[in-house]
Each structure stands twice: as C-alpha cells, then as structure tokens.
Design a protein around this ligand. Structure first.
Ligand SMILES: Nc1ncnc2c1ncn2[C@@H]1O[C@H](COP(=O)(O)OP(=O)(O)OP(=O)(O)O)[C@@H](O)[C@H]1O
Ligand SMILES: [Mg+2]
Length: 112
C-alpha cells in the first residue's frame, strides 16, 4: 500500500474529492495547512507596515491506496490540480506497511 500526501491549492479541493471518489478512493484525510515551496519569500510595504508573505494557505489530502492504484491517483492529481502556475503543490509518496480497521480488526487492503 502507498500513502499519497498531496499539498494542493485550496480551490482545487472539491474537484479533487469528486475525482478521487470516481476512482473508487473513498477514505481520505484532509487538513488545512500553510506552507512554502521553492520561491523566495515575498515582502513589501502595505499602508506603511512592512509585511512578509512566507507561508501560503494550502490543503493537504492524504490517501492510502493499493499499490496498483498509485499511477492512476497521481495522474488524477496532475489532471485536476495543475494550473501550470507556481504553487500548484507537491505530492509525497510513501510505503505503508500495515492498515487496521479498528471496528472489525480487518487488515491490509481489506481495511482500506
Ligand atoms: N520540500 C517540501 N517539503 C514539504 N512540503 C513542501 C515541500 N515543497 C513544497 N511543500 C508544500 O507544498 C506547497 C506547495 O509547494 P509549491 O507548489 O510552491 O512547490 P514548489 O517546489 O515551489 O513548486 P513551484 O515552483 O511549482 O511553485 C507548499 O506550500 C508546502 O506546503
Ligand atoms: Mg512554489
């Protein structure tokens, strides 16, 4: 199993949820986060006050999926969340060694 952690633009969340659901991915965790990527932080003056923008609001979607779905899910993020502007986000993939459904004790892909 793989965990896909995708940091995307907040305005892409609703469409991404719909797309994942159509792919058969139903279990997910969504968190509002703040982050920064590659770009140097921006600063300037607003009404005489200096400000620095270094952390921007983003949304993190975590989904744990069978290995066989990895490419499909990643492609869906590319399709939906890509605007080609800086700040589209990032996807981190890691291997999950076990999953348990607490209610039934099921494990592995059956517990997803
Ligand atoms: N190396 C990283 N580690 C952890 N989180 C990251 C990393 N890079 C980006 N993020 C998260 O992803 C969000 C979006 O990053 P962003 O899309 O700006 O990446 P980037 O590498 O700067 O690419 P781009 O040049 O397209 O903007 C950040 O706000 C941050 O939350
Ligand atoms: Mg960036």
């Amino acid at each position: 199993m793989k965990k896909i952690e995708a940091i995307i633009r907040p305005e892409k969340l609703e469409e991404m949820k719909k797309s994942l659901s159509l792919l058969g991915v139903h279990g997910m965790t969504v968190t509002e986060v703040k982050g920064c990527g590659n770009q140097p932080k921006q600063s300037g003056y607003y009404r005489g006050q200096q400000f620095t923008v270094d952390l921007l609001p983003k949304v993190k979607i975590e989904v744990v999926i069978p290995d066989a779905m990895e490419d499909m899910v990643i492609d869906e993020f590319f399709k939906v969340a890509r605007t080609l502007q800086v700040g589209d986000g990032k996807i981190f993939v890691s291997t999950i060694s076990e999953v348990y459904r607490i209610r039934t004790g099921e494990s592995g892909e059956n517990a997803l």
